[in-house]
Design a protein around this ligand. Structure first.
Ligand code: PMP
Length: 414
């Protein structure tokens, strides 16, 4: 920041006007001005390989998405109190990607709104108030969801209980055993479970993809106690994990699926899909209206994102290029001490350090070194010791190689 006086002034104005709740990435913050595909460009014209952002899932400023957005903005933008084909088409297209048990899609503007609505539905149809989340989960910004987001040390809300995410090499049953144990603790506290909400990649728990099947067994456990299984697909959805939805590698059919982030490639749109009978039970006594949720422009964007995912076979690419990238990342485990790689599709966590407190500092050094080398990644997990690598899906093989080489060099120096 020091050698860029315009950035210095901008940061100053930002701190004054936007205040202390905002955080910037990197020791040397990035002043970005344009994006294209997997590349971002800063104010000085330097290009950065974006290996971090899952929101622009089809690539920054994808021309088909930009075109759909601008055309629809010039044609009509209104809410769902009028009939229009675009939200119907988008609901139909989303349902076609989901198991046949899912009957309806309701539109929101963010992952948080989708999760908040999921909680209302779960409480409404079960008559219960308790929720189970993973021990370092993040589910959103509302007051209720902040209490269901213990990552970063947020205090738990009333009637919210946690289970540890699967540890490496745990069998698939371990998570379900903990859910049953948790339901027992809830009963002792006089709380009945309304639902189990799990991010299908458990990102803030440290990108814990878990053994295949663990989410199905956990869903069985919550249902046996009368609660609903809610798959938070806000990070894992839209092809990220090498399948359209992160839950599918677990062979589970959840009761509710929530979506956001990549759904609009950067445009604020989210959604909730529910099994037919669950939405019917909720809607028997209540409705839901969201002014901007399902607006015509957002739906045009959502449809363009689905078109690009399909036409560019980005799910297949996430699976195939992701598998090769996974092997190359695993090659680093032998070259560096205390490095462990895990992931699915094009979503990877690289644990650095032996899990002690110094590990978080080492991860920060790696993230900053890579930023200096022009490759953007992040860090997450309970101790901040898990490097988060999650490029837009159209990332090319050579670009994935660049990420591995930059990581190799950064781990060597850190
Ligand atoms: N769920 C998960 C798993 C998330 O990662 C996030 C955002 N980080 C949310 C929900 C909330 O989404 P939003 O910020 O769009 O409200």
């Amino acid at each position: 920041a020091a050698e860029d006086p315009s950035l210095h002034r901008l940061l100053d104005r930002r701190a004054r006007s936007m205040g202390p709740t905002y955080r910037l990435f990197y020791d040397e913050p990035l002043h970005v001005v344009t994006g294209r595909g997997v590349w971002l460009e800063d104010a000085a014209g330097r290009r950065y390989l974006d290996a971090y952002n899952n929101v622009p899932v089809v690539g920054h400023c994808h021309p088909r998405v930009v075109d759909a957005l601008s055309r629809q903005a010039a044609t009509l933008n209104t809410h769902t109190r009028y009939a229009n084909e675009l939200p119907v088409l988008l609901a139909e297209r989303l349902l076609a990607t989901l198991p046949s048990e899912f009957g309806n899609v309701v539109f929101t503007c963010s992952g948080s709104e989708s999760n908040e609505f999921a909680c209302r539905i779960a409480m409404g149809v079960t008559g219960a108030t308790g929720f189970i989340v993973t021990a370092h989960a993040y589910h959103g910004t509302t007051a209720r969801l902040a209490g269901m987001s213990p990552s970063g040390g947020r205090p738990l809300g009333r009637d919210v209980f946690t289970v540890d995410a699967p540890a490496p090499d745990e069998p698939p049953e371990a998570l379900a055993d903990r859910v049953r144990d948790c339901i027992g603790r809830m009963a002792q506290a006089g709380v009945r479970p309304a639902g189990l909400m799990v991010d299908s990649v458990m990102a803030t728990d440290g990108v814990v993809v878990g053994p295949a099947g663990c989410l199905r067994l956990a869903a069985d456990a919550i249902r046996a106690a009368g609660g609903l299984s809610i798959a938070d697909e806000v990070q894992s959805g839209f092809g990220r994990c090498g399948a359209m939805w992160g839950f599918s590698r677990h062979g589970v059919v959840p009761d509710i699926v929530t979506m956001g982030k990549p759904m609009g490639n950067g445009h604020p749109i989210g959604a909730l899909a529910a099994r037919r009978e669950i939405m019917a039970a909720f809607a028997a006594t209540r409705g839901y209206f969201n002014t901007f949720g399902g607006n015509t422009v957002s739906c045009a964007v959502g449809l363009a994102v689905l078109d690009v995912i399909q036409d560019e076979d980005l799910v297949g690419h996430a699976r195939n290029a992701g598998a090769r990238f996974h092997r190359r990342l695993q090659g680093l485990e032998a070259r560096h001490r205390h490095v462990a790689v895990r992931g699915a599709g094009l979503f990877f966590g690289v644990e650095v350090g032996g899990g002690d407190d110094a590990a978080g500092s080492r991860a920060r050094r790696v993230v900053n070194a890579m930023r200096r080398a022009g490759v953007l990644i992040g860090a997450t997990g309970p101790k901040g010791s898990v490097l988060k690598i999650r490029p837009p899906l159209p990332v090319a093989e050579e670009e994935l190689d660049t990420i591995v080489s930059a990581l190799d060099a950064a781990l060597h120096d850190a």
